[in-house]
Design a binder for this molecule. Structure first.
Ligand code: G3H
Length: 249
């Protein structure tokens, strides 16, 4: 069965004090009227900067929302070593982190991430029991050149070599829709996600859509049959707005 995962990605936003303020306000906005079985099928996740991980691991359990987790935004492929500025999977696991974003387009665009390093990071995450969220998606130029499918298929082919599809989330994030307000039409996101699913060995992988998801388009996005959740950037920074996204049903 495909699990719904509604995830926020704070990117490089929120100091510790700002993160604490967010979580002092967020729970009051959550609508918790769904039956327990439905809650168990839906994971809420917020991927925060490294400086917020440990402190939020002590704060979030006290909220009493069993399906709410904190995740990381990247992970190195080595368990330790001389890799200044990097964080390893065992470091995340030791503080109870279960999810990590891998291969976000901003990592690929600004920090030289390649399909090879994405694959290595996925393997490292899985080998320590973390569930990675693999991000794939095309640029505006690729879409305009009708290369969306071929590009995403090539990303999947390279990124998923020797990856366990039973412990994996994929986020389809068209780069041109990220932070632009230019949301991919939900029917088009549904079509591309269906194509991604057709390439997987495990057709039950949770596949999210990401790119300008907002409170006012979440219902339409989540009504699409192939879309199992969202990866939300800007709109995850506001507690009331992100709760509205989480409360879509
Ligand atoms: O990881 C999240 C995506 O980059 C989407 O960001 P956005 O919701 O600000 O467009």
């Amino acid at each position: 069965m495909r699990k719904i995962v509604i995830a926020g990605n704070w990117k490089m936003y929120k100091t510790q004090s700002e993160a604490k303020t967010f979580f002092s306000e967020f729970p009051a906005h959550l609508k918790n009227t769904a039956p327990q079985a439905a809650i168990a099928d839906q994971q809420i996740l917020i991927c925060v900067p490294y400086t917020n991980l440990a402190i939020l691991q002590t704060i979030v359990p006290a909220i009493g929302q069993a399906n709410l987790s904190i995740g990381a935004q990247n992970v190195h492929w080595s368990e330790n070593g001389a890799f200044t500025g990097e964080i390893s999977a065992p470091m995340l696991v030791e503080i109870g982190i279960k999810y990590v974003i891998v291969g976000h387009s901003e990592r690929r665009q600004f920090f030289g991430e390649t399909e090879d390093t994405v694959n290595k990071r996925l393997k490292a995450a899985q080998s320590c029991g973390l569930t990675p969220i693999l991000c794939v998606g095309e640029s505006k130029q690729q879409r305009d050149a009708n290369e969306t499918e071929s590009w995403i298929f090539s990303q999947l082919a390279a990124d998923l070599v020797d990856i366990d599809q039973n412990n994996l989330i994929i986020a389809y994030e068209p780069i041109w829709a990220i932070g632009t307000g230019d949301t991919c039409a939900s029917s088009e996101a549904n079509r591309v996600i269906g194509l991604i699913r057709s390439k997987l060995v495990n057709r039950d992988v949770t596949i999210q859509y990401g790119g300008s998801v907002k409170p006012d388009n979440i219902d339409e996005i989540m009504a699409q049959p192939e879309i199992d959740g969202v990866l939300v950037g800007g709109a995850s920074l506001d507690p009331a707005g992100f709760a509205r996204i989480v409360n879509y049903r």
